[in-house]
Design a protein around this ligand. Structure first.
Ligand code: 9MR
Ligand code: ZN
Length: 556
């Protein structure tokens, strides 16, 4: 029998469910479970009740509610036969601290700068990717020794385990982070030991500014924004400073331009109080991007050119990006033209979409919602309903899972942990709107899942928990020769349709989806890291730290 707990721990007043699981049933309706404190003393003995068979996990599951344990300290759960869970901690600052580790991981993704020992400790490294980039159309000419225009596009975060930087991925991550800051500012008071720490700006904003200043450079003269900045082929598994491949500015897309307009408008509001020069420039850049979109109403998608194997972040609809841009620009400027555009786009999209509250790099409709919720009027009301309707569906899914995972079988794809976390963000938002306790509890369960209450028993955040993922698909971690894994990265998680050779080879067909995970660096479809898998986790931690909106509000 396995015993699963949230390996980071629980809030003193939070709901605490210990899960017992085994693949075969033994017909027992109840099983005994004890909570032991750090002195090995049993402080609670209780019954775990049979929940049933969870088909996505392939497990029979029993639940024990141990919420009564609320004294701060370190504990474990144990069966009478001596089987034990991982350690867990009860503490008030649990989610504040977890959020800090998740944010600090983004610092380790910084490109175009050296990571100093003072801030990075053993993970210090040299400066990487300082060379200028070439536009795709000039690439061949440059490679054959010709002279072509070059662009200074240094900075930003490496997207993931690769060294590329992609506009739509960056915009989604920034949206999660900047909105987390807007809604739950009290969760971001601590310092992260960044080079900028202590400059009077909250560290979450310091870190985001590093990304925003790079993103700003992705805009071309005409206002359009390049879809991505990567080499033609992914680097080998070398440290970033050893990667000397030529970086290329791939052509603009409507999605990149829409996201850029939106996130720059958002940034202009967030940074107005700290850096007015940046804020003004960001707004001007956003308007320029919008004007380009206006004069290019046709869909301009993105596809990799032949020979390119870096991510393409393909997307078949640019209306959600235009919607988000219109909503953010309306808020910044009050110009009714933007509101009209947003209303038109919302009407068109909502008549086709299953939900309007998606918050990933592919569908950003939910960000427009975050932006409009505080408004009066039809769009705000429509979004209120959309958030609560989706939250109801999520609560329902959570109840159908033995592990409390708000997931359907089909959701276990590449980056399934993002689905879990994005749903927790929807719950957090719905909670701010309604104060419905079920949403808070369910959001907590999604974090429990990420931190160890799942059918593999892994904490899917590196460095957090006794049994945490330790071999992510991350070039730096593989190449740095350091035993310890950089902490604070959310890995992609179980994927029932593995898309990398190693996982295809090792995952036995028919494995229950929640168990399709391996902690191996080769398995990029199971164990990669990305900025936009960390960012929703930061949002959810900020929400839970705030004890579900005690202080948090919809603040745009
Ligand atoms: O996260 C992306 C996932 O949803 C897609 O299925 C996958 C294949 O297109 O790409 C993932 O994104 C990767 C990107 O293309 C390049 N950087 C690493 C990303 C995470 O694996
Ligand atoms: Zn770099």
């Amino acid at each position: 029998m396995k015993i699963y707990v949230n390996q980071a721990g629980y809030l003193p007043g939070g709901k605490k469910t210990v899960i017992l699981a085994q693949t075969e049933t033994d017909g027992e309706e109840t099983k005994k479970i004890r909570i032991m404190d750090e002195n090995g003393k049993c402080i609670l003995e209780t019954d775990a009740l049979y929940w049933g068979y969870d088909k996505d996990a392939g497990d029979h599951v029993w639940h024990a509610d141990v919420s009564a344990v609320s004294e701060p300290g370190e504990y474990l759960a144990e069966s009478p036969a001596g089987e034990r869970s991982c350690l867990f901690r009860i503490s008030e600052d649990l989610y504040e601290k977890t959020g800090q580790v998740l944010l600090k991981a983004l610092y380790y993704q910084r490109c175009g700068t050296a990571l100093e020992e003072r801030c990075a400790g053993v993970f210090r490294r040299e400066c990487c990717h300082t060379g200028k980039a070439v536009r795709l159309e000039d690439y061949e000419k440059l490679m054959s020794g010709g002279t072509v225009p070059l662009y200074e596009v240094r900075g930003g975060w490496h997207d993931a385990g690769d060294y590329g930087r992609y506009t739509t991925a960056a915009a989604a991550a920034l949206a999660h982070l900047l909105y987390a800051y807007r809604f739950f500012p009290e969760s971001f008071c601590g310092e992260l030991n960044l080079p900028e720490s202590g400059n009077g700006i909250p560290d979450i904003l310091n870190e985001c500014l590093y990304e925003l200043r790079w993103l700003r450079k992705m805009q071309m003269e005409d206002g359009s924004v390049c879809h991505k900045l990567t080499s033609m082929r992914h680097a080998n598994f070398v440290m970033p400073e050893q990667d000397d491949r030529q970086f290329i500015l791939f052509r603009p897309s409507a999605m990149a331009t829409g996201d850029f307009a939106a996130v720059m408008a958002l940034a202009s509001r967030v940074y107005a109080a700290y850096d007015s020069e940046f804020a003004q420039d960001a707004l001007a850049a956003a308007e320029k991007a919008w004007n380009w979109l206006k004069s290019h109403p046709e869909f301009l998608g993105f596809e990799n050119p032949p020979g390119c194997n870096t991510g393409d972040y393909g997307d078949t609809d640019d209306r959600d990006e235009r919607l988000w841009a219109a909503a953010e620009l309306y808020l910044c400027t009050g110009d009714p033209e933007y509101l009209k555009a947003a209303e038109r786009l919302y009407a068109a999209l909502s008549s086709e979409a299953e939900t309007m509250v998606s918050m990933g790099w592919g569908d950003v409709s939910g960000f427009a919602g975050w932006c409009l919720l505080r408004e009066n009027g039809e769009l705000a009301e429509a979004y209120r309903q959309a958030f609560t309707a989706e939250a109801e569906r999520i609560v329902d899914l959570c109840g159908k899972s033995g592990y409390g995972a708000a997931m359907e079988t089909v959701d276990y794809g590449w980056g399934s942990n993002m689905v879990v976390l994005n749903r927790a963000m929807v719950l957090g938002t719905a909670y701010l709107l309604t104060s419905d306790q079920r949403y808070l509890e369910c959001a907590g369960k999604q974090m429990d899942y990420i931190l160890g209450v799942n059918a593999t028993g892994f904490s899917y955040i590196t460095g957090i928990g006794e049994h945490a993922a330790g071999h992510p698909h991350n070039r730096v971690t593989e190449a740095d020769g350091i035993e310890e894994t950089i902490p604070g990265f959310v890995v992609g998680g179980p994927c029932a349709v593995p898309a990398d050779e190693k996982a295809e080879w090792l995952i036995v067909p028919g494995t229950p989806p929640m168990k399709c995970y391996l902690d191996l660096w080769e398995c990029y479809s199971l164990n990669e890291i990305t900025i936009y898998w960390n960012s929703p986790a930061v949002f959810v931690c900020a929400f839970l730290n705030d004890t579900g909106g005690k202080k948090g509000r919809i603040r745009i």
